[in-house]
Design a protein around this ligand. Structure first.
Ligand code: SIN
Ligand code: FE2
Length: 216
């Protein structure tokens, strides 16, 4: 297949499902209202990486467990690192979509217990990594994008593997499951001025990503 066709058809490896524009602008704003509530209960923070530097993006969580990082390492915790309060629950608005799309993708039932809220400023990015802190990799990762476009990089099962890049737009839902659950991935840059929606919780020029996981 020519590169052009591969690009138009968006051919992805087994286990990757990308549901383009699955959320309408109204759906996106309703979910962001719920995200605003989550941030109100569990304030955004910039975690320190075990290697020393602070992460570029701000984050928070909802669900019974939340992903955090500090000098002791990457892990899931039942409470916010500074308020010590339990994380708010995963909003129904995202949970129902994540569950029905996982089913639609042929990946079966999904019972997430953690949802990471990643807030990218205009200069936000995320270096190549794989989601490796969960107990059982049989569960997929379901990712929701809001705001400006991200240049997303999808790599292989090894850090040195071949990568492909594509944009994630506001309203897209992507699933990494099955054989692709442990693929390396990252966000190279955010493209300001590309968001089809505005919402008070979206940073100027930035983007919000939610990833639902089953941590335990
Ligand atoms: C992540 O890998 O945790 C987030 C990916 C994204 O922001 O699209
Ligand atoms: Fe990730």
């Amino acid at each position: 297949m020519s590169a052009l066709f591969a690009d138009l058809l968006e051919v992805f490896p087994e286990g990757v499902a990308l549901f383009r524009a699955r959320l309408t602008p109204a759906d996106q704003r309703a979910i962001l209202d719920d995200v605003a509530f989550v941030i109100g209960e569990a304030p955004l923070f910039r975690p320190q990486m075990p290697t020393g530097p602070y992460m570029i993006n701000s984050l928070t969580n909802c669900g019974s467990l939340g992903w955090i990082s500090d000098k002791r390492g990457y892990r899931y915790e039942p409470a916010h690192p500074t308020t010590a309060k339990p994380w708010p629950s995963i909003p129904e608005s995202v949970l129902t979509v994540a569950q029905s799309l996982t089913y639609e993708a042929g990946l079966g039932a999904f019972e997430p217990d953690a949802c990471l809220v990643n807030v990218y400023a205009a200069d936000g990015r995320l270096s190549l990594h794989r989601d490796y802190d969960e107990a059982d990799f049989k569960w997929p990762i379901v990712s929701f994008s809001f705001g400006n476009d991200a240049d997303f990089v999808l790599g292989g099962l090894k850090r040195s593997g071949k990568t492909q890049s594509f944009a994630l737009h506001s309203g897209d839902v992507m699933i990494l499951g099955g054989e692709s659950r442990l693929r390396y991935h990252g966000v190279k840059r955010i493209r300001p001025g590309t968001s089809p929606i505005t919402h008070p919780v979206l940073p100027e020029g930035g983007r919000i990503n939610l990833t639902l996981r089953r941590a335990r």
